[in-house]
Design a protein around this ligand. Structure first.
Ligand code: SF4
Length: 465
C-alpha cells in the first residue's frame, strides 16, 4: 500500500493543514507512515516564524536527501510558510525536492497525491529503506494513529494586523474568514471521523466574523458546541484586542470548552507594545485578564513573550518580568527576538545578543516558578486526559494532555494496544509527581467518550512491585 509521512513544524495552523493533507491522502488510498523511511511520499510542513524553525526545516530537507538516494521513486515535498517565503529559491537550493507548495496550494498538493498514488503500487522498497535510514532530528508533530482524536478546523487564514516582528501577514496574506456553514460541515465530518476534541484554528481566531452576516467568534463557538457528538472544544490563537465581554460570556456558557486560553502578551511594556503594533496597552490586556477571571475563573491563561525586541530597555524588560512574576500565566512561551526578513523590526537597531540572552534566562526562571506552582496544584488529584501517543523520550510510556493542556506521562498499562487506546482515548490519570514540564502518574480508568465514567485499567506490573 502506498504510504505518506507528514512531519509538521510550527503552529496549529500547520497542524490543521497537515490534517487536511492526511485526509486527502487517506481518501486517495494512502496509509499513514510514522517514520520517513517507511513512506512513498514524505511531506515537510514548515514554519518560518523564527530563524531556528527555518534552520531546522532546511536541516530536515538535508536529512531526507538520503531517502531519495536510496529510492529515487520516493517523493519529497515541502509545504508551509517557509515554502511560501522561499518559493523562488528553495527548488534550486534543495534540488532533490519533488515539489514546493505554498500555504495557498494545499488543494493542488492533495491533487498531486492522488495523481502519484498509482506510481507506488508496485513499490517494495519502503521496508528495505526503513532498515538503513536512521533519520536524525525531530518534528514538532508527526501524523499518527492518534492524530484524528484532535481535529483542527481552520476558521480563518492570514492576518491583517501586521505586528512589526511577524512574518505571517507576509506569507499567509490578510484575513480570509471561512463561512460558518463550511466550518460547521467540517466539524461534523471530524466528529464522524472519531474526533474527541475540536480545535478551531486561526492566526487571530477570535477576530472571526462570518463573511456573510458578521456572526462573531462567540456565536461560532456556540454553534459548534451545539453539534451532536461534540465532546470537547478549544481554540488557538486568540488576540487580546479581540476579546469582548460578549465573547467571553459565550465561552462561559459552553461546558464543552476546555478551560484554557492562550493570550499572547509579547511584552509588558506599553512602549514596546506600541512599537510591536500590538494594538493594545497593558491596561487593556489587564482588563481582558480580569474578564477571564470573572467569567472563566478556573481557566488557565498561557502566553507568548518576546525578549530582546529592538529597542527593549532594561525598564521595558522589568515591566514584562514583574507582570509574569504575578503568576498570572499557567505557562509562558518565551522567545528571544529573531529577525524575520521583510518585517519592519528587521531593519531596526537590535538588542545585543548577550543582553537578550541574560533577560531571557531571568524571565525563564521566573516563569518556571509560576509553572511549577500551577502544576503542583494537580498533585494527588485524578485528572481526565486525552491520549497523545507513545512518549517521544521513552517508548515504554504514554503521553497525554489534560484539558488545560498540561502534559502527563504514564507507564504503558498491561493491556496497552494502539487500536484499543485510539478507540478509548480518555485516560483518567492519578497524578503522582509534578514538574516544570508537566506531571507523571498512573492510568486508573479509560473511557471511550468524555462523558463516560470509563472502565478501570490495571496498573502495570512494574509499578506495583
Ligand atoms: S496578530 Fe500579529 S503576531 Fe499574530 S499573526 Fe497577526 S501579525 Fe502575526
Amino acid at each position: 500500500m502506498a504510504s505518506i509521512y507528514i512531519e509538521t513544524f510550527g503552529c496549529q495552523m500547520n497542524e490543521a493543514d497537515s490534517q487536511y493533507l492526511a485526509d486527502r491522502a487517506t481518501a486517495a488510498g494512502y496509509g499513514i507512515a510514522t517514520a520517513p523511511g517507511e513512506a512513498n511520499v514524505v511531506v515537510l510542513n514548515t514554519c518560518t516564524v523564527r530563524d531556528n524553525a527555518e534552520r531546522r526545516a532546511y536541516g530536515r530537507m538535508g536529512h531526507f536527501k538520503t531517502l531519495k538516494e536510496a529510492d529515487p521513486t520516493v517523493k519529497l515535498v515541502v509545504t508551509g510558510c517557509l515554502a511560501e517565503q522561499d518559493r523562488e529559491t528553495m527548488a534550486a537550493a534543495v534540488p532533490h525536492l519533488d515539489g514546493v507548495y505554498g500555504t495557498s496550494e494545499l488543494v493542488q498538493l492533495g491533487d498531486a497525491l492522488q495523481r502519484w498514488r498509482p506510481e507506488f503500487e508496485e513499490s517494495e522498497v519502503a521496508e528495505e529503506r526503513a532498515l538503513v535510514m536512521p533519520m536524525g532530528g525531530a518534528a514538532d508533530c508527526v501524523t499518527d494513529a492518534f492524530s484524528h482524536l484532535r481535529a483542527f478546523v481552520t476558521v480563518q487564514r492570514g492576518c491583517s494586523y501586521y505586528c512589526t516582528f511577524c512574518i505571517v501577514p507576509h506569507v499567509r496574506g490578510r484575513f480570509d474568514m471561512r463561512p460558518m456553514a463550511e466550518i460547521l460541515a467540517e466539524v461534523r465530518e471530524k466528529i464522524a471521523g472519531g474526533a474527541r476534541e475540536v480545535m478551531l484554528v486561526g492566526q487571530t481566531v477570535n477576530a472571526y466574523k462570518d463573511p456573510a452576516d458578521g456572526t462573531d467568534f462567540g456565536d461560532l463557538c456556540r454553534a459548534v458546541a451545539a453539534l451532536p457528538g461534540l465532546e470537547r472544544l478549544t481554540f488557538i490563537s486568540p488576540h487580546p484586542k479581540d476579546f469582548t465581554e460578549k465573547i467571553i460570556r459565550d465561552l462561559a456558557a459552553l461546558p464543552q470548552c476546555n478551560p484554557r486560553i492562550h493570550l499572547p502578551l509579547q511584552s509588558g511594556s506599553d512602549t514596546l507594545l506600541r512599537r510591536m503594533n500590538r494594538k493594545y496597552t497593558m491596561a487593556q490586556f489587564r482588563d481582558v485578564v480580569a474578564l477571564i477571571h470573572e467569567h472563566l475563573p478556573d481557566w488557565a491563561i498561557t502566553t507568548d513573550i518576546i525578549v530582546g525586541f529592538p529597542g527593549e530597555t532594561d525598564a521595558d524588560f522589568a515591566d514584562t518580568l514583574v507582570y509574569v512574576q504575578t503568576g498570572v500565566f499557567a505557562n509562558a512561551f518565551a522567545f528571544i527576538y529573531s529577525i524575520r526578513r521583510g518585517t519592519p523590526a528587521a531593519r531596526w537597531e537590535q538588542v545585543p545578543a548577550a543582553v537578550a540572552s541574560e533577560r531571557f534566562k531571568e524571565l525563564f526562571d521566573a516563569e518556571n516558578l509560576a509553572v511549577e506552582a500551577y502544576h503542583a496544584r494537580k498533585l494527588g488529584t485524578t485528572v481526565r486526559t486525552l491520549i497523545v501517543g507513545t512518549s517521544k523520550k521513552d517508548p515504554t510510556k504514554l503521553a497525554a494532555k489534560t484539558l488545560d493542556n498540561v502534559t502527563a506521562i504514564v507507564p504503558k498499562p498491561e493491556d496497552y494496544d494502539e487500536a484499543l487506546y485510539a478507540r478509548e482515548p480518555w485516560l483518567d490519570i492519578a497524578i503522582e509527581s509534578t514538574h516544570v514540564w508537566g506531571c507523571t502518574g498512573t492510568i486508573v480508568r479509560r473511557a471511550e467518550r468524555f462523558a463516560d465514567d470509563g472502565a478501570p485499567v490495571a496498573r502495570p506490573v512494574l509499578s506495583l512491585v
